[in-house]
Design a protein around this ligand. Structure first.
Ligand code: FMN
Length: 171
C-alpha cells in the first residue's frame, strides 16, 4: 500500500487504530465551577518526578479551566463507565449532573467509581497546532483493580488478556 501525505481524516483514522484507555480530565474554572471532558491522550511521561501529560483542544471549557486554576485531575474509566465517557465527550448539557462525583484532596471533582484517580498541578504547557499539551506533576494518586474501558476506531471496548507470560514493563 502506498504512503500518502497526512490530512486530518487520515491522521484521525490511522491514530484511531491505536487502542487506548479512556479517562476524564477535570478542573475547576475561574468561577469555581467543575469542568471536564473525555480524553484518550493521557500518557505517563516520568516517574522521577511523577509527571503525566494530557493534550486538550485549545478553547474547550476544560482547557480554559486548567489554564485558570493551574491544576487538573484524572479519572481513568472502568469498562462499565462508557456512559460517563459519552457524557463527557458530548457538547452541551450539565456533565456532572447525576454523576457520582467525589473530590481530590485539593478539591477538584473526580468521577466516582473510576479505576484510577490522580491529582495534578500543571508543570509545563506546550502549544502544538490546535492543542495545548499539559504536563501535570502528580501530587497524589490511587487505584483499584478492575478492567479498563478502551477506545479503538471510534468504538468503546475492553482489554482481553491473551493469557501469555507477563512482560516485564517497568522501565
Ligand atoms: C474516547 C474519546 C477521547 C477523546 N480524547 C480527547 C483528547 O485527548 N483531547 C481532546 O481535546 N478531546 C478529546 N476528545 C473530545 C472531547 O471529549 C470533546 O470534544 C468534548 O466535547 C470537548 O469538551 P467541550 O464540549 O467542553 O468543548 C475525546 C473524545 C472521545 C470520545
Amino acid at each position: 500500500m502506498p504512503f500518502t501525505p497526512p490530512d486530518a481524516s487520515a491522521m484521525r483514522r490511522c491514530m484511531g487504530r491505536f487502542t487506548t484507555g479512556v479517562a476524564v480530565v477535570t478542573a475547576l474554572d475561574a468561577a469555581g465551577e467543575p469542568q471536564g471532558m473525555t480524553i484518550n491522550s493521557l500518557t505517563s511521561v516520568s516517574v522521577d518526578p511523577c509527571v503525566l501529560l494530557v493534550s486538550l483542544t485549545v478553547g474547550t471549557r476544560t482547557a480554559d479551566a486548567v489554564d485558570a486554576s493551574g491544576a487538573f485531575a484524572i479519572s481513568i474509566l472502568g469498562v462499565r463507565q462508557e456512559a460517563t465517557a459519552r457524557r463527557f465527550a458530548t457538547r452541551g448539557g450539565a456533565r456532572f449532573e447525576g454523576v457520582e462525583a467525589e473530590v481530590t484532596d485539593s478539591g477538584i471533582p473526580i468521577v466516582g467509581g473510576a479505576l484510577v484517580h490522580a491529582d495534578c498541578r500543571v508543570h509545563t504547557t506546550t502549544d502544538v497546532g490546535d492543542h495545548r499539551v499539559y504536563f501535570g506533576e502528580v501530587g497524589s494518586l490511587r487505584d483499584r483493580a478492575g478492567t479498563g474501558l478502551t477506545f479503538h476506531s471510534g468504538r468503546f471496548g475492553e482489554f482481553h488478556d491473551l493469557g501469555h507470560a507477563e512482560m516485564p514493563w517497568l522501565f
